[in-house]
Design a protein around this ligand. Structure first.
Ligand SMILES: Nc1ncnc2c1ncn2[C@@H]1O[C@H](COP(=O)(O)OP(=O)(O)O)[C@@H](O)[C@H]1O
Ligand SMILES: [Mg+2]
Length: 229
C-alpha cells in the first residue's frame, strides 16, 4: 500500500497502563495499516485490547511508544490542542452506548460537530438534512434520544460521527446494545455508507459473522494484532 492511499498506519505501538504499582502491557508492538475507503473489523476476546487500540487510532489516548499516522500526519507526537483539532475534523466515533446529548433532539445532536467546526448556518442546515436522510431518520428530527429506539439512537450517532466528513469512522461494538435484527440493520447501514461515500471504517465487534462482511479482519490476541485477511 502506498503511503498516500493509507488512512491509518501504526508502527510498533505499545500501551502500558500502571495500576497499583502493577504494569499492564495492553498493546504489544502493534503495526498495521488501513487503506483509504476500506472496511475493517477488529475482533478478539474481551480484555484483549480492542478498545485501547481503537482509542489510540481515534486520538482519544496516546501510545506509550510507537507511531500513529492518520491521513499522512503523525498524530502520536501532536499536542493536546492539535489532537482536539484532528478529533473534530478527521475522526468520527460511534460507540455501543451512543453518547448522545439527552436534552438535544436528533437534529441538534447531529448539528453539534458542525457548530464546533464553525460551519456556516446555511451549510449546517443542508448538511444535517443530508445526514438525517442518509441514516433514514428525516421523520425523527425533532425527537430527543429518549423518544427514539436503540437502533434509531445509533443511527443518530452515526450521522453525528459523519458530520464533518471524517477521514475515518470508528465504531466500538456498535450493535452491542441492540437486538439481533436491529443490529443487522445498523451493520447494513455502515456497509452502505462505506460503499456509497467510500468512508473508511474500523469497527470492533464480538461477532465473527459481522466481521466476515468486512474487507479486512484483524484479531487482537493478548495485546498483539493478527491480520486474518
Ligand atoms: N485506563 C486503564 N487502566 C488500567 N488498565 C486498563 C485501562 N484501560 C484498559 N485497561 C486494561 O486493558 C485491557 C484491555 O482493555 P480493553 O482495550 O478495554 O479490551 P477490550 O476492548 O478488548 O475488551 C484490560 O485488561 C483492561 O483491564
Ligand atoms: Mg472494548
Amino acid at each position: 500500500m502506498s503511503k498516500t492511499s493509507c488512512a491509518v498506519r501504526l508502527e510498533n505501538v505499545t500501551k502500558t497502563f500502571y495500576l497499583n504499582n502493577q504494569e499492564i502491557n495492553v498493546l504489544k508492538e502493534v503495526s498495521f495499516s488501513i487503506e483509504k475507503g476500506s472496511l475493517n473489523s477488529i475482533i478478539g476476546a474481551s480484555g484483549s485490547g480492542k478498545t485501547t487500540l481503537l482509542n489510540i487510532i481515534g486520538a482519544l489516548n496516546i501510545p506509550t511508544s510507537g507511531e500513529v499516522w492518520l491521513d499522512n500526519e503523525k498524530i502520536s507526537e501532536m499536542s493536546p490542542k492539535q489532537l482536539a483539532w484532528i478529533r473534530s475534523r478527521k475522526l468520527g466515533y460511534c460507540f455501543q452506548s451512543y453518547n448522545l446529548i439527552p436534552v438535544l433532539n436528533a437534529y441538534d445532536n447531529i448539528e453539534l460537530p458542525l457548530l464546533i467546526t464553525k460551519t456556516p448556518q446555511e451549510e449546517r442546515k443542508e448538511r444535517v438534512q443530508e445526514l438525517l436522510e442518509l441514516v433514514g431518520l428525516s421523520h425523527r428530527d425533532t425527537h430527543k434520544p429518549h423518544e427514539l429506539s436503540g437502533g434509531e439512537q445509533q443511527r443518530v450517532t452515526i450521522a453525528r460521527a459523519l458530520a464533518n466528513s471524517p477521514e475515518v469512522l470508528l465504531a466500538d461494538e456498535p450493535t452491542g446494545d441492540l437486538d439481533e435484527k436491529t443490529g443487522e440493520r445498523i451493520i447494513s447501514l455502515l456497509l452502505d455508507i462505506n460503499k456509497s461515500i467510500s468512508q473508511t471504517l474500523i469497527m470492533v465487534t464480538h461477532d465473527k459473522s459481522i466481521a466476515d462482511l468486512t474487507d479486512n479482519i484483524f484479531e487482537m490476541h493478548n495485546g498483539r494484532l493478527v491480520d486474518l485477511h
